[in-house]
Design a binder for this molecule. Structure first.
Ligand code: DUC
Ligand code: ZN
Ligand code: ZN
Length: 463
């Protein structure tokens, strides 16, 4: 009888703490042994010359989310999780969006219905709270946190989504009582609307005005306010998709006062700038907060190198470009305000950071694993089941060829969008095998198994 279902042999194992040569033995989907040399496996996968990393966890993706009248997101759970698997991810955390008047449970059952049997990798939902009624905050959120939905996002902007400061305080209080981790989209809605109306009156309706009507102070002020509200309630808070130095400084100042404020940034803030909203087909790059300038890119890199950012996520929010239900929505011609907000990126997040970060010497392999996997697991209650290469952890592993050179292109990718914002971007290092709970999902550019992903119940975060 074999000791292991699978042995991964000869690879270089990389965790958030160490790099070492070892074999990994897998039994019943979990890591059962890590040793110099293992024998007696039903299957042996040779990882010689490869780095073996914990699978990527992308804790910020939008899948099949309603996005306004006549707008349809480009990915369902099948295409999004396939794309994620090809990009070296083993878990994604999509948002379950509560419509006004809807219960969180109804919203969850709708998303679970969409995801059931469709996922190629594991999935665990955050909630989006848009209607914080006493019932939602007093009953549903605490009960759902007990059932493993231990994080939720609030918005400070967007009609139908934004919460008032009072509502944010109430919702943060529910997070505190439930032990859930709150996340916030920090942009000042009144300031955006003020600037947007002025721009539209002046006939400034092209995509580039999306950026100029959401300038850095819009994000900085809201970040400061969100942190202050969390401080008042005395609860941790994740500031998602941070795009610039001034918002980073708010996080740093808060931490200096001993607050548990966590930061997330995304590839678009390292690679794109507001100039990408001035090119032909600029709608392809419309996302919020908008990409800024070169100085902000430098700042975000500093934030990555110096630990201001705990997690690096994609904010995958895909719309098709050549589609009137996507970026070419007819109202988008009239004003940038109607261009669906978001870009695809779940498949390109890891190669971009590996290449621009690790290969260019900005961060270590350990930083890479922490920023793309381990810290996500710790922040959102998945650790050490996920995000670790340790005895008992799920065998969610990705082999990297650290020297493989690739040019990112739409043809290469597996998402439902019809473009990538990173077309032509050259990277070194590529994920060549993705395994979820011991099953190979993607190998050498091909999908190997059918939909094996399942929903992951989470613990209360460590925050
Ligand atoms: N916020 C997100 O988190 N994703 C896409 C668009 C947005 O504004
Ligand atoms: Zn957001
Ligand atoms: Zn998002």
């Amino acid at each position: 009888m074999s000791s292991y279902d699978t042995i991964i042999s000869g690879g270089t194992v990389v965790t958030a703490a160490d790099t070492f040569k070892a074999d990994i033995g897998i039994r019943n989907g979990r890591i059962a042994a890590i040793a110099d040399k293992l024998e007696n496996g039903t299957e042996v996968i040779d990882a010689t010359g490869k780095l073996v990393l914990p699978g990527g966890i992308d804790s910020h993706v939008h899948i099949a989310q309603p996005s306004g009248e006549g707008v349809v997101m480009a990915d369902d759970f099948d295409s999004a999780t396939r794309s994620a698997a090809f990009g070296g991810n083993t878990t994604v955390m999509p948002f379950c969006f509560q419509e006004k008047g809807q219960s969180l449970r109804d919203a969850l059952s709708w998303y679970h219905g969409l995801a059931e049997g469709q996922c190629h990798i594991d999935v665990s939902f955050h909630l989006i709270v848009s209607d914080p009624t006493p019932q939602v905050l007093g009953q549903e959120l605490p009960a759902l946190a007990e059932e493993g939905y231990t994080s939720f996002k609030m918005f400070m902007t967007y009609e139908g989504l934004k919460l008032t400061d009072r509502e944010i305080l109430e919702t943060l209080t529910a997070a505190k009582i439930s032990g859930a981790m709150p996340m916030i989209h920090a942009e000042n809605d009144d300031a955006i609307e003020f600037l947007r109306e002025k721009a539209e009156l002046a006939g400034e309706t092209a995509p580039k005005y999306h950026a100029s009507t959401r300038p850095i102070p819009v994000e900085r002020e809201a970040t400061h306010r969100a942190i202050s509200l969390a401080e008042i309630v005395d609860v941790p808070l994740v500031i998602v998709h941070v795009s610039n130095r001034e918002a980073m400084e708010e996080i740093q100042r808060a931490r200096g006062r001993g607050l548990k404020i966590y930061g997330e940034t995304c590839p678009q803030y390292l690679v794109l700038t507001a100039e990408d909203l001035e090119i032909p087909q600029a709608a392809k790059n419309v996302c919020s907060p908008p990409p800024r300038d070169k100085a902000s890119q430098v700042a975000c890199w500093e934030g990555i190198e110096q630990g201001v950012f705990d997690v690096f996520s994609s904010d995958h929010c895909p719309f098709r470009y050549e589609d009137t239900a996507g970026k070419m929505h007819p109202k988008g011609e009239k004003s940038f305000r109607w261009i669906p907000n978001g870009i695809p990126g779940v498949e390109t997040r890891l190669p971009i950071l590996f290449s621009e970060g690790v290969k260019k010497g900005r961060i270590s392999l350990q930083d890479f694993v922490a920023l793309t996997s381990t810290n996500h697991a710790k922040l959102y209650g998945l650790y050490p089941k996920k995000g670790a290469i340790a005895i008992g952890a799920d065998a969610d592993l990705v082999f990297w060829d650290p020297d493989k050179q690739m040019t990112i292109s739409q043809e290469l990718l597996h998402h439902g969008a019809d473009y990538t914002p990173y077309e032509g971007f050259e990277v070194t290092g590529w994920p060549v095998l993705t395994m979820v709970r011991g099953k190979v999902i993607v190998q050498d550019g091909a999908l190997v198994t059918s939909s094996e992903g399942s929903h992951v119940v989470r613990d209360k975060p460590l925050g």
